[in-house]
Design a protein around this ligand. Structure first.
Ligand code: ADP
Ligand code: TRP
Length: 326
């Protein structure tokens, strides 16, 4: 059976971008494959050296994973830091990872620019740790958004290189997975770009109705089209892209028709969009609150998930040691 691995750093709450870009694809895979979903707490140290109360942050994401529908009976849900075998594989992969190629990774360069006072070795070797997360289960598929493509390319390179250096056919080359082919990008509602935590424009699954209405009503618009069937400027296209993601086809077609006939009222569109987002998030929000109140259950899920993940990781490490010669 094919194996799926993915992770998310516990640096904040899940937003609509995380959900539609990554989590939704996890959900599609867990019925059919052997799935491992983890919380990348070690990775968060590359940018957040003082993570605060790790347990609290991790439980927050765990409650959100579960509330979205990741099912601990079908998938192993665990914390990266519970699987020490990942570190051993990280070490072996680092021995065959070269300074030049690591320095050329775009996200390394970007983060080095953002935090010039803290260009640490963990940041440089972020892709080898991510490759270790994936290869430790000898995974085939990795559901992630478009921004992870270069890290995935590195993971494939490290897998190939290991196989070549030791003359084995041990690690499969893991592929990114997105349902229907292309990874989707959830836009921000502030005019340009994507929705993201660091962009400060995120609508979170945990946001209440009042907060969501406020965020959506603030979305950037213009004075409206003056010619029928005119092309939508980026801010307007983003609003429509969001409608397409969360609203019904009828709603989308209704406002699109209004736009094309120059009768669109952005106030009405935003009100409808806000209600559709609230309809989508409010049951998830309820479940997040329920799970959050049940710390014992979450700790049990993480404990059992770690056991399943460790079993798979130990098996891989035993073989890797044999292959290298220990
Ligand atoms: P953020 O960009 O908010 O910091 P992360 O880097 O933690 O989010 O990303 C976690 C996952 O969510 C990754 O797989 C990433 O590709 C996906 N993702 C994040 N934002 C978006 C977005 N706007 N559209 C699609 N996918 C996204
Ligand atoms: N780099 C991913 C992100 O920023 C998180 C991550 C770490 C990951 N290890 C992984 C994703 C392994 C998939 C597989 O979102």
């Amino acid at each position: 059976m094919e194996i799926v691995v993915s992770g998310i750093r516990p640096t904040g709450n899940l937003h609509l971008g995380n959900y539609f870009g990554a989590v939704k694809n996890f959900l599609r895979l867990q019925d059919e494959y052997n799935c491992f979903f983890f919380i990348a707490d070690w990775h968060s140290l590359t940018t957040h050296p003082h993570p605060g109360d790790v347990k609290v942050n991790v439980r927050k994401i765990l409650a959100e994973y579960l509330a979205c529908g990741i099912d601990p009976f079908k998938s192993a849900i665990y914390m990266q830091s519970d699987i020490k075998e990942i570190l051993e594989l990280y070490l072996y992969l680092n021995m065959n990872a070269y300074l030049g190629e690591l320095q050329r990774v775009t996200s390394f360069k970007e983060k080095a620019r953002k935090q010039p006072e803290n260009v640490n070795a963990g940041l440089l070797t972020y892709p080898t740790l991510m490759a270790a997360d994936i290869l430790i289960h000898r995974a085939d598929k990795v559901p992630v958004g478009k921004d992870q493509e270069q890290n995935m390319e590195m993971a494939r390179k490290f897998a190939r290189r290991f196989n070549m250096i030791y003359g084995v056919d041990f690690f499969p080359e893991p592929q990114s997975y997105s349902f229907g082919g292309d990874a989707i990008k959830v836009p921000g509602l502030d005019g340009t770009g994507k929705m993201g935590k660091s962009e400060g424009n995120a609508i979170y699954l945990i946001d209440d109705a009042v907060t969501i209405r406020k965020k959506v009503m603030k979305a950037v618009t213009d004075s409206g089209p003056v010619e029928p069937n005119s092309e939508k400027p980026e801010a307007i296209a983003n609003l429509f892209a969001m409608l397409k993601i969360v609203s019904s086809t009828d709603t989308y077609d209704y406002f699109n028709e209004k736009y094309n006939t120059c009768q669109v009222r952005y106030g009405d569109l935003k009100k409808q969009l806000a209600e559709d987002i609230i309809n989508f998030t409010s049951p998830i929000r309820e479940r997040i609150l329920d799970f959050s109140a049940n710390i014992e259950y979450m700790d049990k899920v993480a404990h059992e998930g770690a056991e399943k993940a460790r079993e798979s990781a130990e098996k891989t490490i035993r073989e890797v040691r044999k292959i290298i010669g220990f």
